[in-house]
Design a binder for this molecule. Structure first.
Ligand code: SAM
Length: 434
């Protein structure tokens, strides 16, 4: 057989049917769900409950070519039993048992992803960026699939993320520490993916030896020390002494009211109010102003920052909800880093996550808006995948599905930010014919 008879490309049993699924018209409609919305009818953000293929098709009407950033964290197909279904392998006997084990493992995952990526590509704006989290199981297939859907020239790179502080001792072969974020653009990217030279850098606000003065931490100040009431009193953190004059009441990671502090401050009230945050250990530090950040540099494809470890994602969600209800949500810091990396020739971004899970991307967008003064909008899509066990939060809230977790998380972040955050509109997919 001559070489010409052989073909190059990714193929699998079921590919034709998967492509047909993408082009079949939507059968449902998006119904507003005011009882689950927060804020006014014209809130900029959306949370849509439903199967994402149907939702992507429905969004095609209003959003074709107008989404600037898509971040997705699809099931990795690890075969594990997680809060969501992460096993796509075909375990049925019969005809399929004679198939290649590779096809049985990967073909169903590819058939799930292919129509969704085709539909998502229609929504991406020219210069829009797609980020996909994945691990070693499906990385090779995902790369080939995206080369086909968006074109090989659309490939920007693969970020390698250190995902955990410690290695897993029980691994049978080698200990996984990394996963990946695969990056593609549609059309011409309006600049490079960049990162402020010291995005995660922070500075002290106190200096031992300075004269003691009183300052006010405004309502809505970020507080990483955990939700609850932290009583007023003297503190010594990293050998810096100060006195909190009012109880610190923290909800959704933010101060509920103003708090007065006495200490040897090295920054004035204005700078403090704009930049201060409370650290995990209860200390005071500040973030840098944009003009202090220096020229942006090209984003590195190696991500090793404790803020990007899975542990941070789990702690953050558990702090917000008061209970651990989902294994390994992505860390908010990772998604903020991605949002900030995208060139913005035309201003604010429309950010879509159609495997939204617990709504990490929504929180990241809201925090970037609050910190950078942007007005990015999010669209979250999550099916009502039932939790294996109904989650009961300490305040009595009951969550039955992963979509419930997502909406509750977003609601609490908005509540914590007070007037600084607009609300979101909830929608549900209705299929009247079904
Ligand atoms: C890996 S999790 C995403 C976690 C998320 N990044 C976070 O930080 O919470 C994948 C999510 O996709 C959802 N999902 C899977 N298939 C879906 C579908 N067809 N439509 C909508 N959501 C889906 C699952 O229920 C699960 O919540």
């Amino acid at each position: 057989m001559g070489d010409e008879a052989e073909t190059y490309g990714l193929t699998w049993p079921g590919k034709g049917r998967a492509a047909a699924e993408a082009s079949a018209p939507a059968t449902g409609r998006l119904e507003p769900d005011p009882a689950r919305s927060v804020g006014s009818d014209d809130s900029p953000h959306l949370f849509i409950e439903g199967d994402n293929l149907e939702v992507l098709k429905l969004l095609g009407g209003d959003y074709a070519g107008s989404v600037d950033l898509i971040y997705i964290d699809p099931p990795y197909n690890t075969g594990k039993r997680l809060a969501y279904d992460d096993d796509f392998a075909d375990h049925t006997a019969g005809n399929s048992s004679s198939r290649d084990p590779g096809a049985r493992r990967h073909a169903p995952w590819l058939s799930m992803m292919y129509p969704r990526l085709l539909a998502a590509a229609e929504l991406l704006a020219d210069g829009g960026v797609l980020f996909v989290s994945i691990d070693d199981t499906e990385l090779p297939h995902l790369r080939l699939l995206l080369n086909e859907v968006l074109g090989e020239e659309a490939f920007l790179g693969v970020l390698k993320r250190r995902a955990a502080r410690k290695t897993a001792h029980l691994s049978a072969t080698m200990s996984d520490l990394c996963d990946y974020v695969v990056c593609y653009a549609r059309g011409r990217l309006g600049g490079r993916l960049s990162t402020a030279s010291s995005t995660e850098a922070t500075r002290p606000v106190l200096n031992r030896g300075n004269a003691v003065s009183e300052r006010v931490l405004p309502r809505g100040t970020e507080a990483r020390c955990g939700d609850g009431v932290h009583p007023a009193g003297r503190r010594c953190v990293r050998s810096l002494e100060f006195e909190i004059l009012d109880d610190l009441v923290v909800q959704g990671g933010r101060l509920v009211g103003e708090v007065r502090v006495r200490g040897p401050f090295r920054v004035n009230q204005d700078l403090l109010a704009r930049t201060v945050f409370i650290t995990r250990r209860g200390g005071l530090r500040r973030s840098l102003l944009p003009e202090e950040l220096g020229a942006p540099k090209a984003m590195s494809d190696l991500l090793d920052d404790p803020e990007f470890y899975n542990e941070r994602g789990s702690e953050c969600l558990a702090d917000l909800l008061g209970a651990p209800v989902f294994e390994h949500p992505k860390p908010v810091g990772l998604i903020k880093h991605l949002v900030r990396s995208v060139p913005r020739p035309s201003g604010d971004l429309v950010v879509l996550d159609f495997f939204a899970g617990t709504g990490t991307t929504a929180q990241a967008v809201m925090e970037v808006n609050a910190e950078d003064g942007t007005h990015h909008r999010f669209i979250m899509v999550q099916r009502p995948e039932p939790l294996r066990q109904v989650a009961k939060l300490p305040d009595g809230t009951r969550l039955q599905t992963i979509a419930d977790i997502g909406r509750e998380r977003i609601r609490r972040v908005i509540e914590g930010m007070g007037a600084r955050a607009p609300g979101f509109r909830a929608y549900t997919v209705r299929d009247d014919g079904a």
